[in-house]
Design a binder for this molecule. Structure first.
Ligand code: FAD
Length: 290
């Protein structure tokens, strides 16, 4: 009898490095991460085109290695011509998946006035209307709800709008409370949202950076975790060790509870993510070539 096929998906997020040295370092990181055979790598994009050339450079390099790559595409601050240009570039690179987002305008980048699309659902609808089924489209989901949503149910309706517009799957914002994820999935079920909701998981390696991100994106760091991390001060090793235990436990609960996959926010570092991968005994397969 054949072993049952593991249909869960495990993938990695990168951001485009700012310097040539950062790019060289990223190549080493990707080599280590790719050795476990992830489904794909995604690469973030700064809304308003703020990282356009760097995202292209990272995506193009990943594709030159035969790596399945999902560029993030943030629509706020861009007109339709710019979006078509970017998508055309990705078609030339053989890209078949995209993470479709509204994005947030970087501070100092001016207004979102020339945006062709106000919300991610409009971008998804455009992608489907213009490019059919060429791309597998992932969108963002928020188990703890998006900070700008007037309330939880309005956010859920907005998420449903993105799915109804043609998204194939969602990746969540990171969170540390597994109940937030399972409650959200249940709400989605009740709302008739049936696409896989992949859990976005952030390894904990640097408390100050995590606290800054979490304040900005509305992801809650439970008090007992924040207090423990704060207490370690500059002791980086203790932060990493405690952070690892917290996130390992989170991933175990997510997978035991039936999460269809994990998207790791690697922060361009291999070590913390691979430690989780191995301790979770996630499948190690030959690197995919596409
Ligand atoms: P939307 O789904 O458009 O939602 C934005 C807000 O508007 C929500 O509050 C929603 O409830 C509300 N809303 C949506 N539709 C409507 C409507 N029709 N009417 C009224 N309100 C509405 N940011 C980047 O800049 N670059 C990246 O590469 C990036 N990658 C990300 C990857 C993941 C997996 C996640 C979870 C987030 C990422 N982000 C990125 C951050 C994201 O862009 C921000 O959270 C942004 O504020 C919302 O983007 P969205 O696509 O979820 O927006």
């Amino acid at each position: 009898m054949n072993a049952p096929t593991d249909t869960r998906t495990f993938s990695f997020e990168l951001f485009p490095p700012k310097t040539p040295e950062g790019m060289e370092k990223l190549k080493g990181t990707v080599a280590k991460l790719n050795a476990v055979g992830p489904e794909y790598f995604s690469c973030t994009y700064g809304a308003g085109g703020s990282t356009r050339e760097r995202t292209f450079a990272t995506v193009d390099w990943l594709r030159s290695q035969g790596i399945d790559t999902a560029p993030h595409l943030a629509c706020i601050g861009s007109d339709e011509t710019e979006m078509r240009d970017i998508i055309g570039h990705y078609i030339d690179q053989g890209i078949t998946r995209l993470v479709a987002l509204r994005g947030d305008m970087p501070s100092g980048m001016g207004s979102a006035g020339r945006s062709a699309f106000r919300y991610a659902n409009e971008l998804v609808a455009f992608l489907r209307a213009e490019y059919g089924d060429r791309f597998k489209i992932e969108v963002a989901a928020y188990p703890e709800f998006h900070p700008q949503a007037p309330n939880a149910m309005a956010d859920l309706e907005n998420f449903k709008r993105k799915v109804d517009a043609g998204a194939d799957a969602a990746i969540t914002q990171y969170f540390f409370n597994p109940d937030a994820y399972f409650e959200f999935v249940e709400l989605c079920d009740e709302a008739g949202i049936t696409v896989p909701i992949i859990a976005g998981v952030m390894p904990i390696t640097n408390f100050n950076q995590l606290a800054r991100f979490s304040d900005a994106c509305g992801a809650e760091i439970p008090r007992y975790i924040r207090k423990r991390l704060e207490a370690y001060g500059d002791d980086k090793e203790s932060i990493k060790a405690f952070g690892h235990e917290v996130v390992l436990d989170l991933c175990r609960r997510l997978l035991e509870g039936g999460a269809p996959g994990i998207h790791f926010y690697t922060m361009n570092q291999a070590e913390a993510t691979l430690k989780l991968w191995h301790e979770l005994e996630l499948p190690v397969t030959a690197p995919k070539q596409v």
